[in-house]
Design a protein around this ligand. Structure first.
Ligand code: FAD
Length: 513
């Protein structure tokens, strides 16, 4: 079906209505904005599911410099130090801004913010809400604020399917809404479509998080960055459910320990023990499991009967799985959780195509390096919301050019990609498995079928993982265990990924052409 054309009269278009999309829309007010949400507001959004909270140097013994040092250390030498500095300095004000917008953070007895300790943070600096319900509270408050802001129009049930680009400049986008396809003429578009967990068999993300914004940007010619860096959370609840419930780092922060089925702690010899960075803990658990052990998080002694009160959402997920965390260890295993890579963005959140901005988990600014520090991503959404709003306001405005009609591609479906990507690009990687995934993914990416966009994102991950012949942060190559001599970020375009695929798997691609 070809699309009708919607006139937006020069309004900014934001694709995605999680923390990143809504914060930017609120920061842009009273400038008129249209926000596209592919489901009902808040649904299919990782923001809603966040448990631990938001990191910021607010505590008496903390400072942006300490927060920056922890962020850089977790990022394993790959973070952009200037972006980290910009972020950690702006973080405390972003938390105050959220509180002013109506987010009800948990408070200490003196009325200040209650601060939690999480893995790889040197001090307690995570503001939280409702115990382990930070995401739910954040989403509630942002949705109320956005709905009450007259300059923000939220189009629910609108899925962006293509960016329209001429002369390397954004001209609009093609979306499919409840009444069918629609063309939106716009020359300022921000992508805030969240993560990629829906491309993996085992993930903590909403199933609809499968990197649509990354595919939109890549097809529009924008550069991607650090695509190989996929964070696996060490402690997803080990149940046969998709997506897998998360057992937040805050539980280990409260003293829970990792044990095997014999009760043996296996992290004691690792620096930081259970509170080592996520990639380190995920690999340790992965290795235990590949030696035939089961792994559990033991909260009996440290939290015990306080569990239900302190972590009500995790407690409910455990109870649903038949586990009582106050009395028995919680079975856990690593699962895809966060993407450090994404659409390459500069310090103002600008993509490499004129008129394109990108925020939140879909963006790769270099803040997280090779491994994100826990609870930095919601703060990132708030910090960059303000930065991007100023950047958009400062950009020259042009009347959108008239658009010709386009035909909408089919609704994307990642099902065919899951087994290929999960086998190739898990916690531990190896060249042969990565190479074997390239041909099938490239063939799907070049098709016009529903797997094309998800396969394109998966292909970029696999090609980037192959190119990086070293191990750093969350990217661990069994065939290249050494750290790179000079860690540097990676960049890739769709054309480069397809050219590399044609060189690696010429037979498969020729057969399917
Ligand atoms: C279980 C869990 C717990 C977490 N806990 C924490 C935590 O405690 N602290 C922390 O900092 N981080 C945490 N994270 C990570 C954090 O929640 C996410 O990185 C962050 O919420 C991403 O925000 P976002 O706005 O970029 O994306 P999302 O919140 O995922 O929002 C993306 C939005 O884009 C929409 N969308 C996608 N594609 C399209 C399309 N084509 N057209 C229109 N709309 C589209 C989606 O429907 C959704 O509304 C957690 C993540 C998970 C999964």
């Amino acid at each position: 079906m070809s699309a009708g054309i919607l006139s937006l009269r020069g309004r900014v278009v934001i694709v995605g209505a999680g923390a990143a999309g809504l914060m930017t829309a609120l920061e842009l007010a009273p400038r008129p904005v249209v926000v596209l949400s592919k489901g009902p507001l808040g649904a299919e959004s990782s923001t809603l599911w966040a448990q631990g909270g938001l990191a910021a140097a607010i505590g008496a013994n903390d400072s942006p410099a300490l927060h920056a040092a922890d962020t850089l250390a977790a990022g394993d030498g790959l973070s952009d130090a200037a972006i980290v500095d910009q972020f950690t300095r702006a973080a405390p004000a972003a938390i105050l801004r959220l509180a002013r917008l109506g987010v009800r953070f948990d408070r200490a007895s003196d009325g200040g913010f209650a601060l939690g300790l999480e893995a790889a943070h040197t001090c307690a600096r995570v503001v939280h809400a409702g115990g382990d319900g930070a995401g739910r509270e954040l989403m509630r408050a942002l949705a109320v604020a956005a709905r009450a802001t007259p300059s923000i129009d939220i189009l629910e049930g609108f899925e962006a399917r293509r960016l329209i680009v001429e002369d390397h400049t954004i001209r609009g986008l093609l979306a499919v809404g409840p009444a069918g396809p629609a063309l939106l003429a716009a020359n300022r578009v921000m992508i805030a479509t969240g993560g990629i967990g829906g491309l993996f068999e085992e993930s903590t993300n909403p199933l609809g998080s499968f990197g649509q914004g990354v595919a939109l940007a890549a097809r529009a010619g924008a550069a991607l960055a650090d695509m190989e860096f996929v964070q696996f959370h060490p402690t997803a609840l080990d149940v046969a459910r998709r997506p897998m419930p998360l057992v937040s780092e805050a539980v280990r922060g409260a003293g829970a320990t990792l044990i095997d089925e014999t009760g043996q702690r296996f992290m004691l010899d690792t620096p930081g023990s259970e509170l080592a960075p996520r990639d380190v803990v995920a690999r340790a658990i992965w290795r235990q499991r590949s030696q035939g052990h089961r792994v559990f998080l033991d909260a009996r002694k440290a939290i015990g009967t306080q569990f239900a009160a302190r972590f009500p959402i995790i407690w409910a997920a455990c109870r649903e799985a038949g586990v009582d965390p106050a009395r028995e260890p919680i079975p856990v295993k690593p699962a895809e959780h966060y993407h450090m890579g994404g659409v390459a963005a500069d310090a103002q959140g600008r993509g490499s195509v004129e008129g394109l901005w990108v925020a939140g988990e879909a963006a790769s600014t270099g803040l997280h390096g090779a491994n994100r520090l826990a609870s930095n991503s919601l703060t990132e959404a708030a910090v960059f919301g303000a930065i991007i709003a100023r950047s958009i306001e400062g950009a020259p405005t042009r009347s959108p050019a008239p658009l010709r009609s386009f035909t909408a591609p089919p609704a994307p479906d990642p099902a065919a990609v899951l087994p290929i990507l999960s086998r190739a690009a898990g916690v531990l990687r190896e060249g042969d498995a990565l190479r074997a995934a390239v041909g099938p993914l490239a063939a799907l990416a070049r098709s016009a079928g529903p797997a094309a966009d998800p396969a394109l994102v998966a292909l970029a991950i696999v090609v980037s993982a192959l190119r990086r012949e070293a191990s750093i942060g969350a990217h661990c190559r069994l065939d290249f265990p050494e750290r790179p001599a000079k860690p540097c970020r990676s960049r890739l375009t769709l054309n480069e990924a397809l050219a590399e695929a044609a060189a690696i798997a010429p037979d498969i691609l020729a057969k399917r052409a």
